[in-house]
Design a protein around this ligand. Structure first.
Ligand SMILES: [Zn+2]
Ligand SMILES: [Zn+2]
Ligand SMILES: [Zn+2]
Length: 255
């Protein structure tokens, strides 16, 4: 199984439009963070978690040329608004969008033209919903375990594939969430910045959550322009790394 970090940035992306801070002006590519999303390839399947605003650029950059499913964490714009750019990947085979009822309903509102009988052909993505709850589900041979977490007051989902879990926007994980994470080895988890935020973990909160989950490798994502990549690498413990766009992690295929 391979996970590619398609985007490692918070909702604005980094650089932020109009910002002249040193991170936004950095020439280190790892400070260039597109909106958060991940691409999993395992057992012959190509699965994307969220269609970030920057999906087109991300797919071109990584050579993503096939799509078997999209898993949505939640319907915030930064995680969703690249949906229209799945057109060329869904043209021949309609692709399922896995989402909770609430997320699916929000996606239908936001992208109403996709789900109405309007123009046909290549003009819109060919996608359909597979509604999920908190129960584990299968896509072909791959078992996926939803991980319920809180993003401020909004209940959202992370996803677990065997020993890997991906949790993006998160400010709290309850007992049930930690139970779902038991035995996880690699945890990709959102860490916005050092200053507290109402709907996102700080770096230290994300590390504490990952430690509690028992992960032996922690990868921080959904990072804002407060954080310079090299400095973050220097100050983090040895088992914690900041994600960057294009980062790949290879693990055994989930059983
Ligand atoms: Zn976000
Ligand atoms: Zn900036
Ligand atoms: Zn969000």
């Amino acid at each position: 199984m391979k996970i590619t970090i398609l985007g490692s940035g918070t909702s604005h992306g980094v650089p932020v439009i109009g910002c002249a801070c040193r991170v936004c002006k950095s020439t280190d590519e790892r400070n260039n963070r597109s909106r958060s999303s991940a691409w999993i390839t395992t057992r012959g399947l190509s699965i994307v978690i969220d269609t970030a605003t920057d999906f087109r650029i991300q797919a071109l950059r990584e050579g993503l040329d096939r799509l078997d499913a999209v898993l949505y964490t939640h319907p915030h714009a930064d995680h969703l608004h690249g949906l229209d750019d799945t057109r060329s990947l869904t043209h021949d085979n309609p692709v399922p969008l896995y989402a909770t009822r609430e997320t699916a309903s929000e996606i239908k509102n936001r992208f109403d033209y996709i789900f109405r009988a309007t123009q046909q052909g290549g003009g819109k993505p060919r996608v359909f919903f597979r509604e999920i709850g908190d129960d584990p589900f299968e896509i072909g041979p791959v078992r996926i375990v939803p991980v319920p977490v809180m993003h401020g007051g909004l209940p959202i989902l992370g996803y677990r594939f065997g020993r890997l879990a991906y949790i993006t926007d998160c400010s709290e994980i309850d007992e049930e969430g930690y139970e779902r994470l038991e035995g996880v080895e690699t945890l990709v988890i959102g860490a916005l910045r050092d200053r507290p935020h109402t709907t996102h973990f700080t770096v230290s909160e994300a590390i504490a959550a990952s430690r509690r989950a028992g992960a032996s490798r922690t990868i921080l994502t959904h990072i804002c322009h407060d954080m310079e990549h090299g400095e973050l690498c220097d100050k983090l413990p040895a088992d914690v790394e900041p994600a960057y766009d294009g980062m790949t992690i290879t693990l055994p295929d989930p059983q």
